[in-house]
Design a protein around this ligand. Structure first.
Ligand code: PBG
Length: 339
């Protein structure tokens, strides 16, 4: 033995984690997870009119788009390789009522957007939500009777809306209203209407979260909402209950499962992936986006690096993909890097 005896080698038994981290090439060799454009779903806000690009104040960099502009953006998304787009409408206040009845209009804004996108950009997937909140005058996701969001009547409505959305060309129905039994009822309704190929992405675990604030601004429900959504969304304190809720969605026929919000619920992503083996998606929601943007705009964090790190964290937690308002930015970044 020469004079290289070293206390650290003795303690580590000659194992050194840093050997694999010593250079860019070693780090690339051992990298376990990678974010690619195939992981991204882009949530987009639709407004009536033409040629409208209306910034969402609470979400710097995010715009509400009229259908023509949305189609242009969907084309860019498809060209960048983004697999799917998830649309959320901000409809005229005069069309909103107690029961959200306008969700059943075949030519409402969300269905109009689906038709236009599928016609102009057939190679991008369209994912539509059937929750009633864009259509109700109280901002709740279901039918309000007295002070109760009634479950079964809401389920009946959203199943009808799902069929109408599928008729318009929607590829995947993503019900976010957390009513009991809706996955099974929607599956039956779709199949009965001949939509066996239309999938269901269950908002399997949607938590009663404060991170949705900017979204409510974006679709104009923030000022409308009376009370809160605690009687139908999951308590942020409850992980085991979330798993039971997801298990029901699996039994009822969900094709994929979603966790929402995202980053504060990575434990749920991991547990759900382990428990069911179905494809799992996380929704990095509006408040998560705005936090990063706000800090970046203040120069407090490196916005691009934080964006990429959060998305990679979803992959590490077992997610197959992420719904993110950063999707277009990330796709452009990855395209630049790859070329
Ligand atoms: C409601 C719905 C919400 C979001 C999408 N659909 C939550 C809510 O307002 O209660 C949140 C999305 C986001 O914050 O980005 N069905």
């Amino acid at each position: 033995m020469t004079g290289n005896r070293n206390i650290v080698d003795e303690i580590t038994g000659h194992r050194r984690m840093r050997r694999n981290r010593k250079a860019d090439w070693t780090r690339r060799l051992v990298q376990e997870n990678r974010l690619t454009v195939d992981d991204l779903i882009w949530p987009a806000f639709v407004v009536p009119g033409t040629n409208v690009v209306d910034p969402v104040a609470a979400m710097p960099g995010v715009n509400r788009l009229s259908v023509d502009k949305l189609v242009e953006a969907a084309k860019e998304a498809a060209d960048l390789g983004i697999p799917a787009i998830a649309t959320f409408p901000n409809i005229d206040m005069s069309l909103r009522d107690e029961t959200g009845s306008h969700c059943l209009a075949a030519n409402n804004l969300i269905n109009e957007a689906t038709r236009a996108i599928k016609k102009a950009v057939p190679n991008i997937g369209v994912i539509t939500d059937v929750a009633l909140d864009p259509f109700t005058n109280h901002g709740h996701d279901g039918v309000l009777r007295g002070d109760v969001i009634v479950n079964d009547e809401t389920v009946e409505l959203v199943a009808k809306a799902a069929v109408i959305q599928a008729d318009a060309g929607s590829d995947i129905i993503a019900p976010s209203e957390m009513m009991d039994g809706r996955i099974g009822v929607i599956r039956r309704a779709l199949d009965e209407a001949g939509h066996q190929n239309v999938g269901i992405m269950a908002y399997a675990t949607k938590f009663a979260s404060a991170f949705y604030g900017p979204y409510r601004d974006a679709i104009g429900t923030g000022g409308l909402l009376k009370g809160d959504k605690k009687t139908y969304y999951i308590d942020p304190a409850n992980g085991t209950e979330a798993l039971r809720d997801a298990a029901l969605d699996v039994e009822e026929g969900a094709d994929t499962l979603m966790v929402k919000p995202g980053l504060p619920y990575l434990d749920i992503c991991w547990r759900i992936k382990e428990a069911f083996g179905l494809p799992v998606f996380a929704y990095q929601v509006s408040g998560e986006y705005s936090q990063i943007k706000a800090a970046a705009l203040n120069g407090w964090i490196d916005g691009e690096r934080v964006m990429l790190e959060t998305l990679l964290a979803f992959k590490r937690a077992g997610c197959d993909g992420i719904l993110s308002y950063f999707a277009m930015d990330v796709a452009r970044h990855l395209a630049k890097k790859g070329s």
